[in-house]
Design a protein around this ligand. Structure first.
Ligand SMILES: [Zn+2]
Length: 57
C-alpha cells in the first residue's frame, strides 16, 4: 500500500469564462485540449498563468 503511486488526473484549470466568451480558439471554454488529451488554459484568451516564473530561457 503505497500512497502516491496512484496518479490522479490533473483537473482542468479554471479559466475565466468571461474572457473566453468571445474566443474563437477555445469556443468559449477557456481551455483547449492538447494532443495528449490534457486540458490547458487557452493561450488566446486566458491570461498567462506564468506569474513569478521566469519562462524565458
Ligand atoms: Zn480562448
Amino acid at each position: 500500500m503505497a500512497y502516491g503511486a496512484q496518479r490522479s488526473p490533473l483537473l482542468p484549470p479554471h479559466p475565466d469564462l468571461s474572457l473566453a466568451r468571445d474566443c474563437e480558439l477555445c469556443l468559449g471554454w477557456g481551455t483547449v485540449v492538447t494532443r495528449d488529451g490534457e486540458h490547458e488554459l487557452c493561450h488566446e484568451c486566458q491570461p498567462d498563468p506564468a506569474d513569478g516564473r521566469d519562462a524565458t530561457g
